[in-house]
Design a protein around this ligand. Structure first.
Ligand code: NCD
Length: 311
């Protein structure tokens, strides 16, 4: 049986480091924390979280920081590494060894794959991976699952399409790993060039029924959850390759006429042009609810890892 004490001091580097039972515990605990979003709490009073963001972010950094403030804790960090000592050539290892002297927990976003794992090896305090290059974004997967569960009341039994940049999209990688712990059917929908990373596909295909497609319209009528991602332009080694896929898919109202009436559409955001804005006002659109769910799931994670939860 999983209990709150199992999370104390844990890193969150890959969603693969967590079992289904542990993820279910986090999801359940997140829903119990919902009232605290309004009322706040002093569960993390005296605790300090450092957010080290070497890449742009709106939601992830602000939601971690808001989560910490809601629980009575404090926040230090940077989101512009060019004005920190990184600019002077300080290594990630040294940055981590310094920051851990100030903070009880470190939230790191970095363009290099493996950066979060590397940081966790140096840090004596827990490290949360808020995005490691094109690799993974585990806390996004938790909030995505939480949104699915909240909207659909279950995860098992659903048919879920992950659509968009499955090659470079770290949120799609973490979510695919996480969903493979459930009894779901997965459609992976992308342009040929942006097919799901092979290592992810190899990992999940023994556990879930999964198929690859290039056109969403082929499968849309069967889908319960459509998870759309933007093309990760900044990850392309060659911009002429990006030019070949730019604007190659878009969800619009006419397409949704073939969808189930209770389909939900998720997106980690930011959106560029892959979901038409006219979809925003339909009951399908749940991407702004996801943002709200990011706050409560991060409150849950921080309080569990920092040992503030009494059984
Ligand atoms: C995502 C990311 O940074 O990977 N954003 C987020 O954290 N919600 C998705 C993206 O940038 O496309």
């Amino acid at each position: 049986m999983v209990n709150a004490a199992d999370f104390i001091g844990r890193d969150v580097i890959s969603i693969k480091d967590y079992t289904r039972e542990e993820i279910d515990f986090i999801l359940k605990f997140s829903s119990e924390m919902e009232p605290l979003v309004k009322t706040g709490s002093d569960m993390l009073k005296g605790k300090i979280m450092a957010t080290l963001f070497f890449e742009p972010s709106t939601r992830t950094r602000l939601s971690f920081e808001t989560a910490m403030y809601k629980l009575g804790g404090s926040v230090i960090g940077f989101s512009e590494p060019e004005i920190s000592s990184v600019k002077k050539g300080e290594s990630l290892a040294d940055t981590i060894r310094v920051v851990e002297k100030y903070a009880d927990i470190i939230v790191l976003r970095h363009p290099a794959e493996g950066a979060a794992r590397f940081a966790a090896e140096y840090a004596k305090v827990p490290v949360i991976n808020a995005g490691s290059g094109a690799e993974e974004h585990p806390t996004q997967a938790i909030l995505d699952l939480y949104t699915i569960l909240k909207e659909k009341k279950r995860i098992d039994g659903l048919t879920i399409a992950l659509m968009g940049d499955l090659r470079y999209g770290r949120t799609a990688h973490s979510l695919a790993y996480a969903l493979s712990l459930y009894n779901v059917r997965l459609f992976l929908v992308s342009p040929e060039l942006l097919r799901m990373r092979r290592e992810v596909l190899e990992d999940i295909k023994g556990r879930v029924e999964v198929s690859e497609h290039t056109n969403i319209e082929e499968v849309l009528p069967e889908v319960d959850v459509l998870y759309v991602t933007r093309i990760q332009k900044e990850r392309f080694p060659d911009l002429s390759e990006y030019a070949r896929v730019k604007g190659s898919y878009k969800i619009d109202l006419s397409m949704l006429r073939k969808a189930k009436s209770d389909l939900i559409i998720l997106h980690p955001l930011p959106r560029v042009d892959e979901i038409s804005v006219e979809v925003d006002s339909t009951p399908f659109a749940k991407y702004f609810q996801q943002v709200e769910n990011g706050l409560v799931t991060r409150m849950a994670l921080l309080s569990l890892i920092l040992g503030a939860v009494k059984e």
